[in-house]
Design a protein. Structure first.
Length: 213
């Protein structure tokens, strides 16, 4: 009798322990699922916030009167990229690159608008700094053709053309000793190339870095 009683108690203990383990496992699984869902929700909320910020920036640029040909190009492309980013919710890498590209193009547009302002000063001390900046911008613009060859866009040639136009305008401003204008236009060219670079990155979906040819 005692033997059967001990076996019965062991059986009850095993059932209780098993039930407790199942409860703990179930609770842990639910908590883990909620944690994952929460992380996904946070990621989507962050994406919506970034999209909202860049959309506001676009709306602000569109209110500036008399946009140049390049401004119009940048605004049109930024609008398209924002819509493509909106369709890429959940694709973290692609979404990030598209939003960064749109933001870079809008920064370029802002620099173009800034270049219209009256020259703040014509100090000769700025000449060397601007010359160095234009040198860096020249090589940056040279990279645009490489990014254009990778980016899967129909009008990459226009990106290259506008970046070169901005550099030439910056160089002309430098020659005219309009150093503030030269700086703004050089920055505009650099941001435009950065936008194209982000598009090239969006097109390269492999995990490994590209190989040199």
């Amino acid at each position: 009798m005692r033997r059967y009683k001990r076996l019965f108690l062991k059986l009850i203990s095993a059932i209780v322990i098993g039930a407790l383990a199942a409860t703990v496992f179930s609770t842990t699984a639910v908590a883990e699922q909620r944690r994952k869902e929460s992380a996904a929700e946070r990621a989507l909320r962050k994406q919506r916030g970034r999209l909202n910020d860049v959309s506001k920036k676009l709306a602000k640029r569109l209110t500036v009167p008399e946009p140049s040909e390049t401004n119009k190009f940048l605004h049109a492309r930024a609008t398209e990229l924002i819509e493509r980013a909106r369709d890429s919710f959940g694709e973290e890498y692609r979404f990030d690159r598209l939003v960064r590209a749109a933001d870079a193009l809008l920064e370029s547009s802002e620099n173009i608008f800034e270049s219209r302002k009256l020259e703040r000063d014509k100090n000769g001390d700025d000449r060397e700094d601007i010359a160095r900046k234009l040198e860096r911008t020249y090589f940056r613009v040279q990279q645009s053709e490489y990014f254009a060859s990778i980016a899967k866009e129909e009008d990459t040639g226009l990106y290259v053309r506008h970046s070169r136009m901005l550099y030439q305008q910056a160089r002309s401003a430098y020659d005219a000793r309009e150093y503030y204008k030269a700086r703004q236009l050089a920055d505009a060219a650099g941001y435009l190339v950065s936008g194209l670079e982000r598009l090239a990155q969006a097109a390269v979906r492999i995990a490994d870095p590209p190989r040199l040819p």
